[in-house]
Design a protein around this ligand. Structure first.
Ligand SMILES: [Mg+2]
Length: 222
């Protein structure tokens, strides 16, 4: 059956979120030199930011308020939030753009949970906007993965049926179970462990994004 559209999660699927956060931390550190050097090393500072992030499970405002209080950075927590939300140097996984390019001419979309401002900035500043026909951001829609509504919304805008879409993502519940419940085929991107209590109900799993292309092409022929 013809696959009409391939939808991707953003953070830790296309966007190397942890690497981006480390780059953000390095920038903040360098901008706070020389005063920060007497408080902590760059390496320890980056490590503290990554640890405080709890793999994205902590709201950025909490992490950044803690940082502003813990270190004398010459920035308020509000300043840090501003820099973070508009972060100009998001890092994509090495094969992200190449994968999207090879999936053309199928329709391409992003389905992401997060604030409209931060997710839209990442998509624009990384150049992903050039590759996507539609984007669904939970903060803009008042629906979030794994709710079927957010997947149905992007299908409507792409004018495709869920059954002719693949949803590709790293989050077992949000992307894989959510995409499946909305009637899509799903590919799990293995960036971490699969939770023990959840059935492995996906069409394929991949270690690298580029592996998505031959899987989609195979479905086209079936
Ligand atoms: Mg993700």
């Amino acid at each position: 059956m013809r696959i009409e559209a391939v939808l991707f999660d953003l953070d830790e699927t296309l966007h190397a979120r942890t690497r981006s956060l480390a780059a953000f931390a390095r920038r903040i550190y360098v901008d706070a030199l020389p005063g920060i050097a007497g408080q902590t090393s760059e390496e320890d500072f980056v490590e503290a930011v990554l640890r405080g992030d709890e793999r994205g499970n902590r709201p950025p405002e909490g992490l950044l308020t803690w940082l502003a209080n813990r270190f004398d950075l010459g920035l308020t927590a509000a300043d840090l939030v501003e820099v973070y939300l508009a972060w100009e140097h998001p890092v994509l996984f090495d094969d992200a753009e190449e994968t999207l390019r090879r999936l053309r001419p199928r329709r391409l979309g992003i389905v992401t949970n997060g604030s409209e401002r931060s997710q839209a900035a990442k998509i624009a500043n990384s150049g992903l906007d050039r590759w996507t026909d539609a984007v669904a951001i939970s903060g803009a829609l008042d629906m979030r993965k794994p709710e079927p509504g957010i997947f149905e919304d992007i299908c409507r805008r792409l004018e495709v049926a869920p059954a002719s879409c693949f949803m590709v993502g790293d989050a077992p519940e949000h992307d894989v179970a959510g995409g499946r419940a909305a009637g899509m085929r799903t590919i799990w991107v293995e960036r971490g462990p699969w939770p023990s209590g959840l059935a492995r109900d996906y069409d394929a799993s991949v270690a690298r994004l580029s592996e998505v292309v031959p899987i989609v092409e195979r479905w086209d022929r079936e």
